[in-house]
Design a protein around this ligand. Structure first.
Ligand SMILES: Nc1nc2c(c(=O)[nH]1)N[C@H]1C(S)=C(S)[C@@H](COP(=O)(O)OP(=O)(O)OC[C@H]3O[C@@H](n4cnc5c(=O)[nH]c(N)nc54)[C@H](O)[C@@H]3O)O[C@H]1N2
Ligand SMILES: Nc1nc2c(c(=O)[nH]1)N[C@H]1C(S)=C(S)[C@@H](COP(=O)(O)OP(=O)(O)OC[C@H]3O[C@@H](n4cnc5c(=O)[nH]c(N)nc54)[C@H](O)[C@@H]3O)O[C@H]1N2
Ligand SMILES: [Mo]
Length: 633
């Protein structure tokens, strides 16, 4: 049987899927305007993941370092007993929640621990720096509809990878190109964008703000600025002063882009016709990541392309913007204050908090694997008396937990989820049976909540959905029948350059930070980029054998002195790991690329050597500012 469902993974594209329940295969829904009949590798093969022999299908408890099966009743009673004992000191409970699965029922753990008033994490390991940057300029987080890219005369792509993490944006871009749209990509290299681009500019990692500022400088000098556009900005005189104080040569040197390429980029923005600007998530994973995004957005604005058809600056939307939270309807009051710990710096936070954390609940995140300083994180969980995680594989986080509860995954549970790329809401229908004793986390937490001395109760599932869609204009019936429904947002964001700031005008950044001084012992930057075939760390164990590969350019200083016949290590001040080195001459010479997601237990996890570092905005992990070196041993 073929059933329409949808992907709820942590990916902007949020695809409408057709599941063949007998063959256990997935294809893209051809009717869906964004999915366009295509799903990516990670979803196409999702049943291999679901049906894997590596999957945990019953609750497991660790005793004396060894995991053994435990019944659900016993497991949930144990949790309830421990939570009851901490009910008067909820700060000793810590909820660590990630976006590993998205949607209305995915809010269950957040609602549950909010009702208890437990500690929680703040900041982000994903996209907050860019979000804060966009909000600082525009007053809100929104963009033109992705289908409006078809109206662009030119598209400037600042670091999205159309071949891996932005497949469906890539499909629209491909169609736009057939209709005559031209595409320029700005990248650090090692991406699959060449096939989608007419021009490519290679940039030094983490320095997009200087390139954007250089083009803005050319605008100021050209006298071609539009006074109507300037009138829609609030601090032009300050920004102009900042730009005039900068030298073009120094800006070009800082981003290592030749002045001819800066002039070409200026022409791309300046020639007649609408220009759409795409902003990737890679450029904000640096200590000045927020500023990088602010300057790119400022260029999109100043060149007159925001608030118009075929133009705009695309970062992302909130995937929840069409779906209201149902948390308020749990029957317990929401506490005014909760203890918060920085997610990207959790190993240090856990060491210093007083009183110490005694109960940790983890879901939707492989936290030991995916945050910086993985070994520090594992040690932090080791010190906590009781750690529970909702996880279907014996990954780094499960290994560090005392109790592992097996969840129902995508296609095994009902969900309603939005997207951070497009405006459709999808109904992710359960299409196959849940294996073994796996359970949906909403049911698990409702069950756990009922066992507490002072119970936590959720609204029923139907009520959760009706609350979720009630303000969106989406009918639950349409959603259920068709599998998706469009949320009501304008095709053009900030039409007429009316922003969501207080004065409705665009606010420029007022500071351009120089690149931070780097430790000369670690001269290369480690870029731990996404892999195309898998979702973050959800990688089969069988694909994690051997020594992991890194890529560098043959122009990299490391290429000249490394002896490829001997063992090679990738080292940071935090530690080192053995790697194999391959060449990729599209890469900037300062970069070392390792595809992220490998596990610590297989020696494949870059986060073992990545130090916790914050971006300038949004308390986000600045993974790509990690200095490293390659050495023979
Ligand atoms: N070195 C380095 N590390 C990074 C980054 C980087 O650039 N460099 N970037 C990061 C980014 S962008 C992100 S978003 C984070 C992602 O980090 P994580 O959120 O840890 O991502 P995943 O590895 O996909 O883990 C998601 C978890 O959710 C669980 N899960 C999936 N579906 C369901 C479900 O339906 N129900 C339940 N209960 N659980 C489910 C899976 O079992 C999995 O363990 O990692 C960050 N880590
Ligand atoms: N297949 C697959 N798809 C995914 C995911 C996955 O794990 N697998 N994860 C999802 C998630 S949670 C996220 S956040 C997104 C991440 O999506 P991306 O942001 O695309 O992924 P990253 O690997 O963080 O960033 C990589 C891109 O940024 C470019 N880049 C890096 N540094 C710079 C820079 O300084 N300047 C410029 N101009 N470009 C730079 C790289 O060349 C590369 O193309 O992908 C989502 N989609
Ligand atoms: Mo992410």
């Amino acid at each position: 049987m073929k059933v329409i469902s949808a992907c709820t993974q942590n990916c902007p594209d949020a695809c409408s899927c057709i599941v063949d329940t007998e063959k256990r295969t997935v294809s893209g829904n051809p009717e869906h305007p964004i999915t366009r009949g295509v799903v990516c590798g990670k979803v196409k093969n999702f049943f291999q993941h679901l049906d894997s022999e590596e999957r945990i299908t019953q609750p497991m408890q660790k005793k004396d370092g060894v995991f053994a099966p435990i019944g659900w009743d016993e497991a949930l009673d144990l949790c309830a007993e421990k939570l009851d004992a901490l009910r008067k000191t909820p700060e000793k409970i810590l909820h660590i929640h990630g976006h590993g699965y998205r949607g209305v029922f995915a809010q269950a753990s957040t609602a549950f621990f909010e009702a208890l008033g437990s500690g929680k994490t703040k900041g982000s390991i994903c996209d907050n720096a860019g979000i804060e940057a966009m909000i600082s300029c525009c007053g809100s987080l929104t963009a033109n509809d992705p289908e409006d890219l078809l109206n662009a005369r030119r598209i400037v792509n600042w670091g999205r990878d159309f071949s891996r993490s932005s497949i469906h944006t890539g499909l629209i871009v491909k169609e736009a190109r057939k209709r005559g749209t031209e595409v320029l990509t700005i990248t650090v290299g090692n991406d699959g964008n060449a096939a989608f681009s007419d021009e490519t500019i290679t940039i030094k990692p983490g320095t997009d703000r200087f390139l954007a500022a250089a083009v803005i400088k050319l605008y100021v000098e050209s006298g071609l600025l539009d006074s109507g556009v300037i009138g829609r900005t609030s601090n032009w005189h300050v920004f102009r002063g900042l730009v005039e104080s900068l030298s073009l040569e120094e800006l070009c040197a800082a981003c290592e882009v030749p002045v001819e390429d800066v002039e070409m980029l200026f022409d791309w923005y300046e020639q007649p016709g609408a220009v759409a600007t795409l902003v990737g998530w890679g450029m904000q994973r640096y200590v000045n990541g927020g500023e990088n995004v602010q300057f790119v957005a400022s260029l999109g604005m100043l060149s007159g392309h925001m608030g118009r058809k075929g133009g705009g600056v695309y970062y992302s939307f909130s995937s929840g913007r069409n779906l209201k939270k149902w948390q308020a309807e749990t029957d317990l009051p929401v506490p005014a204050e909760r203890r918060e710990m920085l997610l990207f710096d959790l190993p240090a936070e856990l060491r210093k908090v007083d009183p110490a954390v005694e109960f940790v609940f983890i879901d939707g995140i492989n936290v030991v694997n995916q945050i910086p300083d993985s070994l520090g994180m594992a040690a932090g969980l080791e010190r906590a008396p009781f750690v529970v995680c909702m996880e279907g594989f014996m990954n780094d986080t499960a290994l560090a937990s005392d109790l592992v509860l097996p969840p129902a995954y995508l296609f095994e549970r009902d969900e309603v989820a939005g997207s951070w790329l497009h405006n459709f809401v999808q109904y992710s229908r359960q299409t196959v049976e849940t294996p073994g004793q796996c359970r949906d986390i909403y049911d698990v937490l409702a069950d756990m909540g009922a066992r507490l001395e002072s119970p936590v109760r959720f609204p029923n599932r139907g009520r959760c959905i009706s609350i979720a869609v009630e303000d969106s204009g989406i009918s639950p019936e349409e959603l259920s029948e068709k599998g998706y429904a469009r949320g009501h947002w304008p095709m053009v964001a900030y039409e007429g350059m009316r922003f969501d700031t207080l004065d409705r005008k665009f606010l420029f950044p007022e500071n351009l930070s120089p690149e931070p001084a780097r430790d000369p012992d670690y001269p290369l930057l480690l870029l731990s980029l996404v892999q195309g075939r898998h979702m973050q760390s959800q990688v089969p164990e069988t694909e994690q054998r051997g020594i992991p590969t890194v890529w560098i350019s043959r122009k990299s200083p490391a290429w000249t002195f490394l002896d490829m016949e001997r063992d090679i290590y990738l080292a940071s001040p935090l530690g080192s790991m053995q790697v194999r080195v391959e060449s990729d001459d599209t890469l900037h010479p300062a970069a070392v690329v390792m595809r992220r997601g490998g596990w610590t237990k297989f020696g494949q996890n870059p986060n073992v050597i990545i130090q916790p570092r914050s971006t300038d905005m949004g308390d986000t992990a600045a993974y790509y500012s990690q200095g490293v070196r390659l050495e023979n041993r």
